[in-house]
Design a protein around this ligand. Structure first.
Ligand SMILES: Nc1nc2c(ncn2[C@@H]2O[C@H](COP(=O)(O)OP(=O)(O)OP(=O)(O)O)[C@@H](O)[C@H]2O)c(=O)[nH]1
Ligand SMILES: [Zn+2]
Length: 201
């Protein structure tokens, strides 16, 4: 995987001032961004969120998923610590199937299927995300050991496979509501995500 660091610049946000780094993958031209705060180098592993793009949730505030509150809480957590990074993975939309295919999966869910069955019935992978680019961007920023903000065991394993040591996992918890209940239940009960089970006790 070849990935080029193109630029770094200031990004003031409601939660504090981050630095935003622009990266481009060599082969595909796929762009990604990283938000960082503080000095990431040094012995203490920084808190990191590797976040998958979600246009419906993050741009339009869709309540069907938990992406926007997860992103906001990661930004707030890192701002409170004064140190950390968010690796924002474009190309991960819809767990890697793309935006319009995700909308087709939503239409299947409206017809009663869960998030896994919906992808399957469309002949699409349940999760097509790759994490080699995320690992490369972390390395480019001098980060080899992290505290990862996630509930997803696959994400932890994938980063480790690409040489990023996850020394600790921090849960990424967001409120349950009528529109995301089935989705979060499927993540907890069928996709093995940690720390969500208590929502359904
Ligand atoms: N195919 C599909 N993708 C979805 C659906 N709901 C959300 N997504 C996408 O899933 C991605 C986020 O994945 P999640 O499973 O919520 O969380 P995660 O990143 O695997 O795990 P955490 O680190 O714990 O948040 C985003 O790219 C969303 O667009 C859905 O019903 N179908
Ligand atoms: Zn989402």
């Amino acid at each position: 995987m070849k990935i080029e660091h193109i630029v770094s610049t200031r990004l003031p946000t409601p939660y504090g001032e981050f630095t935003i780094h622009g990266f481009r993958e060599g082969d595909s031209g796929q762009e990604h961004v990283v938000l960082s705060m503080g000095d990431l180098a040094g012995d203490e592993p920084p808190v990191v969120r590797v976040h998958s793009e979600c246009v419906t949730g993050e741009v339009f505030g869709s309540l069907r998923c938990d992406c926007r509150p997860q992103l906001e809480s990661a930004m707030k957590r890192i701002a409170a610590l004064g140190r950390g990074a968010i690796i924002y993975m474009r190309g991960h939309e819809g767990r890697g199937i793309g935006l319009v295919q995700k909308l087709r999966a939503y239409a299947e869910q409206d017809a009663g299927r869960d998030t896994i069955e919906a992808n399957a019935v469309l002949g699409l992978p349940i999760d097509a995300r790759r994490y080699d680019a995320a690992a490369c961007m972390l390395r480019a920023l001098g980060v080899h050991r992290i505290r990862l903000l996630t509930n997803n065991p696959l994400k932890m394993a994938a980063l480790a496979e690409f040489g990023i040591e996850v020394v600790e996992r921090e849960a990424s918890l967001t409120p349950l509501g009528p529109d995301n209940e089935k989705y979060l239940r499927t993540k907890a009960e069928s996709m093995g995500h940690h720390d969500l089970g208590h929502l359904f006790e």
